[in-house]
Design a protein around this ligand. Structure first.
Ligand SMILES: [Zn+2]
Length: 129
């Protein structure tokens, strides 16, 4: 598992870079093809060349950041002595547990704690349990 993770750790940024270069090449070639079409397409080509590459760059940087966050979570998890990281996103913070109110064993209605007698009282049956 740790081998798999370290593999991912070192390969992923390179993998994204390859994807980025292929995508940038695709966008650039498409832009040039548009510009070669002439007329208004020259403007479209220039816009695509600039903003297409810019957009693609942002997408790839976002992916790199995501993987970095993942790596840091894995490292934090290890430092805290946790097990291998699940593939899902970090869980939402646990909801604060509601104060445990026991229910009456005979009628099932919630019990009330009477501090004075240090006993649980059933309001419905009007008796201590
Ligand atoms: Zn009861």
């Amino acid at each position: 598992m740790s081998e798999y993770l370290s593999f991912k750790r070192f390969i992923t940024p390179g993998f994204i870079m390859v994807i980025y270069l292929l995508g940038a090449l695709g966008v650039t070639l498409l832009s040039i093809a548009l510009m070669l079409s002439g007329g208004i397409y020259i403007v479209y080509g220039v816009i695509m060349l600039i903003f297409g590459n810019l957009f693609w760059r942002v997408v790839c940087e976002y992916m790199v950041v995501q993987f970095r966050i993942y790596d840091e979570i894995v490292m934090l998890n290890r430092r805290m002595g946790g097990g291998p990281m699940p593939t899902v996103a970090p869980a939402a913070p646990a909801q604060p547990a509601a104060p445990a109110t026991p229910t009456c064993p005979t009628c099932g209605s919630p019990l009330r704690y009477i501090q004075q007698y240090q006993r649980w009282y059933c309001d419905r049956e009007q008796k201590y349990v």
